[in-house]
Design a protein around this ligand. Sequence first.
Ligand code: SF4
Ligand code: SF4
Length: 216
Amino acid sequence: MTTNMWFFNGIRRLGRTERFPDAEPACAARWSTELAGSGTVSCPAGAITDNHWDAGRCICCRRCFPAWTPTGNVRLSTVDRVSAGQKFVPFKRSLYLYAIDAGTCGACNMELQALSTPHYDMNRLGLFFTNSPRHADALIVMGVHADRMDDVIEKACDAMPEPKMILALGTCAISGGIMGKPPRTCKPPLVSIPGCPPNPYTILEGILKAKEVSSE
Ligand code: SF4
Ligand code: SF4
């Protein structure tokens, strides 16, 4: 969606907050949603093999269009059940998030920040950002692996109180995309939130999924 469209969309909706996840998204940008199709294409990220689309590798470059087209489905996050089982913890009311930029282009950060705007209003769902890992329940890691960030991520993880969880936000953090490899602490992440950058709805869904898993 272009900037102009966002402007007019805001006027049309009169600043109303989303009803997602109870209702389907009001205005999701389609190219960061699920892709469906068939056929072999020259995918620069190796996200399409044997007629299967790997959300965690896709960099949303659109080169595969029209053989593969967006479906509009934003519910793309996945949970690593093995890790979830090992870290079975209850987060019943609120979830405090601490984000680390391991080496991003800046776009994942912007989409994550969008969650605190009135349009998405993450606070209504009991989700909050915190400026200290000591107060965080979940660590959100964005960007590709960078040697000097390994220690930073590890220290943040150590500083977080138990119970804690890790979320990999964006293709870079999940698979490394075409930029490199994922950060060391994201192998494997508890929750993967795919997209390049991920749609804010997908981020919201991934964080809520993490909260639900931990209170199963
Ligand atoms: S949009 Fe995704 S799946 Fe399609 S070519 Fe680009 S990286 Fe590959
Ligand atoms: S996943 Fe895409 S948008 Fe996010 S940091 Fe990597 S290149 Fe940027």
